[in-house]
Design a protein around this ligand. Structure first.
Ligand SMILES: [Fe+2]
Length: 351
């Protein structure tokens, strides 16, 4: 098989035909992911070794080559027994009603074939398995707790020195009206829409990125790093992009960024995630977002669990405690950043 064929890769794996032995890999009880985290992750990685060969091969190809869309959807994975009657947590915190860990095992087992799970201290208390649910105070906010406003396209934690290579979204429950789509766009589709001069500019460090709301920022655009939007191979680049938090530093750079934004809106696609769907996103090649939906706060709203994956744990070792997966990189406060900018410096973080 040629690399070009591999690079196309598959986008969807139907897991509904798993045999009993495979389903049991996800269902059989094991260590507690919240109290015995490392044991749980080791156990999941060993279980993943026994997954069907075609699934392991598809995950390996996705890890190595990505694919045309930068996504891989596993449809119909096992879910926790009694999930139909388990209420969506009211806040983005751990569900007290969910006492089994099948969804966590799906995330950890699949994630282990792509790399290693990590979390960030500023997000959801550093949970490795984060509950994304709509909350009343955040309906119009650009964050995973929003709902009534479209979540704009972004690379996850684009401002962070240890942003994840992969993002995993496991759907425990779609929204009531089945309208919410997880949207995505790959740079592989956007790049051909850009002119040569626009590409040149986007490869230059001419773009300032704000710090995400979930990392404590309430006044966007003053305290993030200056980055190029495109980096890596000229013909097949990676990208840093955040529709909400990124600005060009010159008029020409801003025009190129606007051309990129239009390109994303011309090519993006959407998926309505269903219960048991696990969507893997290549965070370096594909930006994602979400369409609007209407929450009801009745205990059965949309419920997604999210995990982050890095290829090399060693790169963040200096910002983690020994034996922990929580990345603790500290960022400058807005006041500190403003003072640094006024003094002509770029102040990114305090650790
Ligand atoms: Fe996101």
């Amino acid at each position: 098989m040629k690399t070009s064929q591999l690079a196309k890769g598959c986008l969807l794996i139907d897991c509904r035909g798993f045999d009993e032995k495979t389903i049991n890999l996800f269902l059989a009880p094991g260590p507690d992911p919240y109290r015995e985290t490392e044991e749980f992750l080791l156990d999941c990685e060993m279980r993943a070794d026994e997954l069907p060969r075609h699934l392991r091969r598809a995950l390996l190809e996705f890890q190595l080559y990505s694919n045309s869309e930068g996504i891989l959807l596993l449809r119909g994975l096992p879910v926790d027994p009694g999930l139909d009657h388990t209420r969506t947590p009211a806040l983005a915190q751990r569900s007290e009603e969910k006492t089994t860990f099948v969804s966590e095992r799906c995330l950890a087992m699949i994630g282990s074939r792509l790399g290693h799970l990590v979390s960030y201290i500023q997000e959801k208390n550093g949970d490795l398995f984060q509950n994304l649910v709509p909350t009343p105070d955040s309906e119009e906010v650009q964050s995973s707790e929003g709902s009534r406003t479209r979540l704009q396209f972004h690379r996850e934690t684009v401002f962070h020195p240890h942003s994840p290579e992969f993002l995993l979204l496991f759907c425990l429950r779609p929204d009531h009206d089945r309208v919410a789509e997880t949207t995505y766009a790959s740079i592989r589709h956007v790049l051909p829409l850009l002119g040569e001069r626009e590409r040149e500019l986007l490869f230059e460090p001419l773009y300032r990125t704000g710090i995400d709301y979930s990392f404590g920022n309430r006044q966007a655009l003053i305290n993030g790093p200056i980055l190029p939007v495109l980096y890596g191979r000229r013909e097949d680049p990676f990208w840093n992009y955040d529709e909400d938090l990124m600005v060009g530093l010159t008029p020409e750079a801003s025009l190129a960024l606007e051309a990129l934004r239009k390109g994303i809106h011309a090519v993006y696609q959407g998926i309505k995630l269903e219960t048991g769907d696990l969507l893997c996103i290549d965070n370096r090649r594909t930006v994602h977002g979400r369409t609007a939906f209407s929450p009801r706060y009745d205990g059965f709203d949309r419920w997604i669990q999210r995990s982050f994956v890095v290829r090399d744990l060693g790169l963040s070792a200096g910002d983690r405690h020994p034996g922990e997966r929580i990345i603790r990189t500290a960022f400058a406060t807005e006041g500190e950043a403003q003072a640094a900018l006024n003094g002509g410096q770029v102040c990114l973080r305090r650790s």
